[in-house]
Design a binder for this molecule. Structure first.
Ligand code: FES
Length: 98
C-alpha cells in the first residue's frame, strides 16, 4: 500500500481499527482504499454488504458514524478523527445506531 504524506492524510477508525485516508475521500472510498469491503450486515440474512454504486442509490454503504446510524458512506466526506462502525440490523428512520 502507498504511504500518504502527513499533510494529506486523515486518521479515522473503523470498528476500532485505526486507518488513514486522503483528504477529499468519502467515507466509503476511504474504507475501500483500506481494503474494507463490508460495512454493514443485512437485517434479513446477516450477509455482509459493502459500497456498490458510490453515488447514493443502492444504500449498500450504510455505516454508523460517530454513533449515528444509517449514514450513506459514499455521500459523507471523511473528516479527521471520525469513528466509523459496521451497521447491523435494520435501518431506523431516526438515525439510531441499531
Ligand atoms: S454505495 Fe450505493 S448508496 Fe452508497
Amino acid at each position: 500500500m502507498h504511504e500518504l504524506k502527513a499533510a494529506e492524510a486523515l486518521g479515522f477508525t473503523f470498528d476500532g481499527r485505526a486507518l488513514t485516508a486522503r483528504t477529499g475521500d468519502t467515507v466509503a472510498a476511504a474504507l475501500l482504499a483500506n481494503g474494507v469491503q463490508a460495512c454493514r450486515q443485512t437485517p434479513v440474512s446477516g450477509a455482509a454488504r459493502g459500497p456498490y454504486c458510490m453515488m447514493g442509490v443502492c444504500f449498500e454503504c450504510l455505516v454508523v458514524i460517530d454513533g449515528v446510524g444509517n449514514r450513506q458512506g459514499c455521500l459523507v466526506p471523511l473528516r479527521d478523527g471520525m469513528r466509523i462502525e459496521t451497521q447491523t440490523g435494520r435501518r431506523h428512520p431516526d438515525g439510531a445506531k441499531s
